[in-house]
Each structure stands twice: as C-alpha cells, then as structure tokens.
Write a protein that binds this ligand. Structure first.
Ligand code: ADP
Ligand code: ZN
Length: 432
C-alpha cells in the first residue's frame, strides 16, 4: 500500500524534525546562490534565527519575477558541472522560468512520483501510457522516470495524435494513463467517433490527471466515460513539477509531500500567513533540492489545507484541489470569477460537449462575457427548440453561480480551438 511506509505515515513530530534538518541544509546551500547570497546578506539573516519549521515565515518570499530577473543561473547553488538536467515552466503567464537539477535532485523527484503513483495504486504489472509532452515540460519526463522506478511498462506516447493514442492503448493493453483533463475529454469524443468504448475496448483502470485546474464534476465526467479512477496530480516546474501533491485512494484532497516541501498558505494581498483551513495562495519551500533550492515560492495557485487526518493514514497534510491561479481570476462587472466556476456548471448539464471558451469584451464601456460551448454530437443539427432550451439552461446555471448573465453561443463539436497542452479557457479582449 505504501511506497515508503515510514516516511508517509511518520507522526507529525517526526516529520517536523525531518523538515527542520532539511531546511537548515537548504538555507546553507541557498546562500551559495547569487540571489539568496545577496538577499541574506542584505537582511543580515542569521541561520540561528530559524529554530522551528514555523520560523520559515520569517524568510523572504520568492516570486516568478525573481526567477526571471536572475535568469538563467542566478539561483544556482552548485557548480554547473554538477547539473544533469534542465526543465522549464510552460510559460502560461509570460517568459518561461528555467529549473536545473543535479543527479540527486532528479533521483528525489523521481522517487516522489513513484511514491505518488504507487499510492494511487499503480504497480509493476501496469502498462503506463504517458500522454504528456516530453521535453522541457516536466509532465513528460517526470512521470516517465517515476513509472519506470515502480517497474511498470512505460509507453512514452507524448501528447496529441489521438487516434494513435487509442491504437497504442488497444494494442498494448494500457492500464494506466497520464493525461491533461481537457485533453481526456477531447479524447473521449475521438473514442466515440472511432466507434470504440474505452470500458469495453481497453484495459484502462486508472489515470493521473493534472497540469491545469479542473472541477470535481469534470473528474467525474472523465471517470464515468472511461470507467476508471482518475487521480489529481499537482505540481509546478519551480518545485520540480508533478509529484509535489497527489491524491490518495480517498480522492479527497492531495497529500503534499512534506518531507520534500514546507508549505504555507498566505493571503495574496497582504502576504500574511493564514490559519489552517483558510483559502489563499500556496507558498512552498524545497527541502530536497541541491542544485537550485527555492525558498517560500509564491505559486500563485489558490487552495487551502484540509484540516484533520486522512483515513489512508498518511500524515502529510492535504491541499484542496486548486481553484485557479491568482492571475486566472477574471474581474467582470466588478465580480471576481474563476474559469473553474463556469466549467463546474457546464459539466453538470446534459448535452454539453467537451470544450468551451470564455470571451471577454468591452461593449459600451461595460464588460460582456460570452461563453462558447460545444454541444454533444447528436444535439447539433437536431431539434432547434432543444438547442434553445439547452442554451437557456446554460445561461441560467451560470448566472446562478456568478450572478452575471453571460451570452451563450452553442457551437458544433470540435469547432473550438483545442490545445495539446493546457487548455486556454479565457480570451480577454478588454485590454486596451
Ligand atoms: P506554467 O506556470 O508556465 O503553466 P508549469 O508547467 O510549471 O508552468 O505549470 C504549473 C502550474 O500548472 C501550476 O502552478 C498550476 O497553476 C497548474 N497546475 C498544475 N497541476 C494542476 C492541478 N492538478 N490542478 C490545477 N492546476 C494545476
Ligand atoms: Zn490520504
């Protein structure tokens, strides 16, 4: 049941001791980097002032801008000769940030992925098809190494080419996949069009889904279609990538591997640390990174710590599924809205297809939100009355949630642009 029982179920006191020892090492190492060396000197930081894990809150925060300013090597805490791997973020919100790993960094990261997948139930008897982009993006190689460490048979399929993905699954008896949730929904429609039913025609039994925000409804929709369990996987390249937090078989929150990270939740506006259970921005400190330690990194991801123990007996605390990034928040007519709120509503409505996009315009000095929604095949070209009923229902459902009346356009299946990577959910034309 456990990949590393001792550390996964260690009592909180023991875990804090591990964290404290590793934090000390991390600070000593970080000091060697140009960025932290300068910062610690300016602050006159005395390592002795950090006596408990909670003292981490006294250290300065690190932002994506800091990483960009120190691009490419200003965060390195080792010689370049010690590096064996480079990765970068997807660049969703601007210039991509670059992360370097030593051999021991890659080993520690690989171990976290093995631990995570094993926790969800993957074993050496599984055939694992990794449908993520390989290359600089961490989702490809990260999972690849982790799955090999478990001893599963790995099919490095990469992203895209849906028909070939289905063929591989059928030919080699794929049992587990790693897939972006929006792409899983798209692939579902390709399955249907090709006349295949994954429940009948494949051996799929589990999936790891992540890399973008998605609602519980979307997860259930994916699980229902494929007939498997889908486990939420969270991470960001600055903190290695996937393997940072992962769902256990309870599927209620994601265990953050606290022997590798110290996490805090802060108020994004005031930067104050929030009490356990309150929603805010996730901040994380690496504890096992030799090449490029990062202290108190502002992830910009909104979540909260779920208080209380998990029935699976793992003691590492759980975060709630990510609600979105602070920069995903749309302000429409003064109301704060996240794309996931719209998605959650859409996933509940029968007839809604596999893709949607939110378009924001400024009309007569006011905000207008248009939601283009693909309908299921069979709905389109059918009864116009039925379509109008569906359209009205979507307007009503969204309005109930966000209190703004959207314009809803129903469009044909597969007509909206789709991405092989993270879905683009919002097009904001309001910027002057
Ligand atoms: P970028 O920040 O450029 O997108 P990454 O590839 O490092 O680059 O992506 C990490 C980000 O992806 C996270 O900060 C988060 O916003 C999002 N993300 C990753 N996994 C999940 C998940 N399971 N749920 C929601 N969002 C996720
Ligand atoms: Zn658990």
């Amino acid at each position: 049941m456990y990949w590393e029982k001792e550390i996964e179920t260690m009592d909180r006191g023991g875990l804090e001791k591990v964290q404290m020892a590793r934090l000390r090492e991390t600070l000593a190492r970080a000091k060697k980097s140009v960025h932290y060396g300068k910062l610690f000197a300016e602050m006159g930081l005395d390592a002795g002032a950090i006596r408990t894990v909670a003292d981490v809150g006294k250290l300065p925060l690190t932002t994506k801008e800091d990483l960009r300013e120190n691009w490419p090597y200003g965060f390195l805490a080792c010689s370049r000769d010690d590096l064996i791997r480079m990765h970068s973020s997807s660049g969703t919100t601007g210039r991509a940030t670059v992360i370097f790993h030593t051999e021991s960094d890659v080993a520690a990261w690989t171990n976290l992925l093995a631990r995570s997948m094993y926790m969800a139930g993957m074993r050496r008897s599984d055939v694992f098809q990794n449908m993520m982009t390989y290359g600089l993006f961490t989702g490809g190689l990260g999972f690849h190494y982790g799955a090999e460490k478990i001893g599963a048979l790995v099919i490095p399929a990469g992203a895209g080419n849906s028909k070939r993905q289905i063929q591989l699954m059928r030919d080699f008896g794929t049992t587990a996949i790693h897939i972006i949730p929006s792409y899983a929904l798209h692939l579902a429609s390709v399955f249907t069009e090709s006349g295949y039913d994954p429940r009948r025609d494949t051996k799929l039994r589990m999936a790891f889904i992540g890399a973008e925000p998605h609602s519980e409804k979307m997860r259930r929709k994916i699980e229902e279609f494929y007939g498997f369990k889908a486990f939420n996987s969270y991470g960001l390249s600055e903190m290695n990538g996937p393997g940072m937090a992962f769902e256990c078989p309870e599927q209620h929150g994601l265990h953050i591997w606290e022997d590798n990270y110290i996490v805090e939740i802060i108020d994004p506006a005031t930067q104050k640390i929030l009490p356990e259970g309150e929603e805010g921005e996730l901040v994380a400190t690496t504890l096992m990174r030799e090449g490029m330690p990062i202290i108190r990194y502002r992830t910009k991801d909104l979540t909260r710590i779920i208080p209380g123990p998990c029935p699976c007996a793992r003691t590492h605390r759980r975060i709630e599924r990510i609600k979105g990034r602070t920069d995903d928040m749309m302000i429409i007519k003064g109301v704060n809205i996240f794309p996931i709120q719209i998605e959650k509503r859409l996933m509940e409505i029968p007839g809604v297809g596999t893709n949607f996009v939110i378009i924001l315009d400024r009309v007569d000095y006011g905000d207008q939100m248009t939601v283009k929604v693909e309908v299921q095949r069979g709905f389109f070209g059918g009864n116009l009355q039925q379509l109008e009923t569906l359209r009205r229902r979507i307007v009503e459902e969204i309005k109930t949630d966000i209190l703004i009346t959207p314009k809803v356009d129903l469009v044909e299946p597969d007509s909206l642009p789709k991405s092989e990577g993270k879905a683009v959910r919002v097009i904001d034309n309001r910027k002057d």
